[in-house]
Design a protein around this ligand. Structure first.
Ligand code: DQA
Length: 148
């Protein structure tokens, strides 16, 4: 089972970026937690990456379209990028959208997600633990699909 974990713009600054909103954990901390959980679940290959560039996010999604799952925190592209939603829709990846903050209790412009319309589901507001929840959910979902 292969799962790509993608992080969008400015998530490379986690830990120092508005910690009261996004938490004190760095992206490296989150990656370590995800890899630890993946090892515990077993039978999982994880690629974990971050980019500030919309086109690179799209290239990574399309380049991994034969993988099984995608966990994506698209950052601000969540709210702006039809191109990102189109790329996801072009694949058969099972997609969980993750946000550290609860986008539904923030500014109005953050409450619309283009990605949500092409995702299996969205986890928002649970901080870094949202990535682990996404991994657990995808792993169970994909294992079930495998057995069917
Ligand atoms: C975010 C929420 C977005 O609105 C914001 O632009 C981010 C981070 C989150 O994880 O809470 O960059 O995706």
């Amino acid at each position: 089972m292969r799962i790509l974990v993608l992080n969008g713009p400015t998530l490379n600054l986690l830990g120092e970026r508005e910690p009261e909103v996004y938490g004190r954990e760095t992206l490296a901390d989150i990656e370590a937690a995800v890899r630890e959980r993946a090892a515990a679940l077993g039978d999982l290959e994880i690629a974990f990456t971050q980019t500030n560039h919309e086109g690179e996010l799209i290239d990574l999604i399309l380049g991994h379209r034969d993988w099984d799952g995608l966990i994506i925190n698209p950052g601000a592209y969540t709210h702006t990028s039809i191109a990102l939603a189109d790329a996801i829709a072009a694949t058969k990846l099972a997609v969980v959208e993750v946000h550290l903050s609860n986008i539904h209790r923030r500014e109005a412009f953050r409450q619309r997600s283009y990605v949500a319309s092409v995702a299996w589901g969205q986890i928002t507001g649970f901080g870094w633990r949202g990535y682990l929840a996404a991994l657990d959910l995808l792993h169970a979902h994909l294992a079930e699909a495998d057995r069917a």
